[in-house]
Design a binder for this molecule. Structure first.
Ligand code: GLU
Length: 478
């Protein structure tokens, strides 16, 4: 059974890279009928941020990435919060000491600092490795602060990554890594490996920034005699300036993006494609479709760019494909704010907006002409392709007025029939009648719908009023 995990550190910011990691972990598990686990990696107490864990839950939930085990829902391998597993790490580290693969180190800060250069680089010189059992007991009895270090064996460490291939590192480059810190808490690396093993994780999927630490992880698996999981390191995601995404540089988090009006489904769809190419040439996938189509063979090594324009386009595509009733329900608030004129058919307005906006907040601009007709220039009536001039626009508006006035049932079909009959009678082109009406009703060079729909939407009284205003404007211009 495939088991993957999302193991965020609660730092209060879920950037797009984190969410993509969670998404791929989810997809790989679900595709194989496996389980997706959430584990909170909070051993670095200095980085704790209030509310960060809640943000992780709410983001996963909004993105639809439901975990099968985790701190909030439990599971057979808990606790799933590292700060609640302190004893486990200590016990494991002592086990390694018993096996002769780790040792107590009592060296103080000053001594360690002397071993490193200005950049903090330097290896521990193993001064505490030969300490006798008696000496260690004495130190412990005196409550002397200590850390537990792993003995890095000689030789080299190789591992296979499904994206980056074979990687080999000479062990000589690695320090005797600390497993337990002087505060009794595990180091990040140790807790991460211990938990991946104890929680039965089969596939470790994470950002490529962890690639260089992986040999150290493997040496831990080896020291314990544990099987090494499959590794899938993911390429970086860069912002438009080619930099790594970060909050400090103002890159948007999932939360920011949803606040900007992006749909969670569109965000998830878009980030699935950041570093992965589907086998078929296609861009729109629901989460369930991603589960079906996802294949690690499509993962790329090269960084991808987070392109907000592309995401904007995708958001619009999601609206276009949305069920009309669902879009109506979702956009009603924005529609009510945009259109205050009573009697307007908001369901019809929603249907016009659905295929025309990338964001719900664009509805306000789209229907801006509804509540009050914008002041416009008479030259708007002149349209080359429609073959309209100021003169024939005036004529046709004047002819349309009594026809519309006499209509008893104000409905799209009737308006259409009446205007078409008039067009036939006058022997004018459709555009020569409809363009002037559209202009008179919207006062804009473009509108979310054609003349007849505009008439229906605005209602009889307002339609006639606006056409008369148009007639006045054109008469003055004559
Ligand atoms: N806690 C790490 C992070 O937040 C995850 C590392 C991993 O997935 O192994 O980036």
């Amino acid at each position: 059974m495939i088991r993957t995990r999302f193991a965020p550190s609660p730092t209060g910011y879920m950037h797009i890279g984190n969410l993509r990691t969670a998404l791929y972990e989810y997809l790989i598990a679900k595709k194989a009928g496996g389980r997706f686990i959430l584990r909170i990696e909070d051993t670095d107490q200095n980085r704790q941020v209030e509310g960060a864990v809640e943000m992780i839950y709410s983001t996963l939930q909004a993105a639809g990435l439901q975990h099968d085990e985790g701190p909030d829902i439990g599971g057979a391998y808990g606790p799933y919060i590292q700060s609640e597993r302190k004893e486990i790490y200590l016990r494991l580290a002592r086990e390694l000491i018993q096996k002769g693969k780790a040792y107590y180190c009592f060296c103080g800060k000053e001594r360690l600092e002397a071993l490193t250069d200005d950049r903090g680089i330097g290896k521990y010189d193993r001064r505490c490795l030969p300490l006798t059992k008696e000496r260690i007991q004495e130190n412990l009895a005196q409550n002397m602060p200590y850390v537990i270090r792993q003995i890095i064996p000689e030789g080299e460490t190789s591992f296979h990554d499904e994206v980056f291939g074979e990687i080999t590192v000479p062990n000589g480059e690695l320090d005797d890594q600390i497993l337990i810190k002087s505060d009794g808490l595990p180091t990040y690396n140790f807790a991460n490996v211990a938990d991946d093993h104890l929680m039965g994780i089969t596939h470790v999927i994470r950002g490529s920034e962890y690639l260089s630490s992986t040999p150290k992880y493997n040496l831990l698996y080896e020291a314990f005699g544990w099987p090494v999981p499959a590794y899938i390191h993911l390429p970086l995601i860069l912002n438009a300036n080619g930099e790594k995404l970060s909050k400090r540089k103002g890159d948007a988090s999932f939360e920011d993006l949803t606040a900007m009006g992006f749909l969670p489904e569109a965000i998830v769809n878009y980030i699935a494609l950041l570093g992965w190419s589907p086998a078929e040439n296609r861009e729109i996938f629901t989460l369930a479709e991603l589960v079906d189509c996802f294949d690690t063979a499509g993962l790329s090594k090269s960084p991808s760019i987070f392109d907000i324009q592309k995401l904007t386009w995708m958001n619009g595509e999601y609206f276009k494909r949305m069920d009309p009733e669902a879009f109506y329900a979702m956009s009603l608030k924005a529609l009510r704010e945009a259109v205050r004129t009573p009697g307007v058919d908001l369901r019809a307005a929603a249907e016009m907006a659905r295929t025309r906006v990338n964001f719900l907040h664009e509805i306000k601009t789209l229907f801006g002409f509804m509540d009050s007709l914008p002041a416009y220039d008479e030259r708007l009536y002149e349209h080359k392709k429609m073959k309209t001039s100021l003169g024939n626009s005036l004529d046709n508006l004047q002819k349309a007025l009594p026809v519309l006035e006499s209509l008893e049932i104000w409905q799209g079909e009737n308006i259409h029939a009446a205007l078409m009959a008039l067009i036939g009678e006058l022997g004018v082109k459709n555009g020569q009648m409809l363009w002037p009406i559209r202009t008179a009703l919207s006062g804009q060079p473009s509108s979310p719908c054609g003349a007849i729909e505009l008439c229906a939407l605005l209602g009889k009284g307002e339609t006639l009023r606006r056409i008369r205003l148009g007639v006045d404007l054109l008469e003055k211009a004559r």
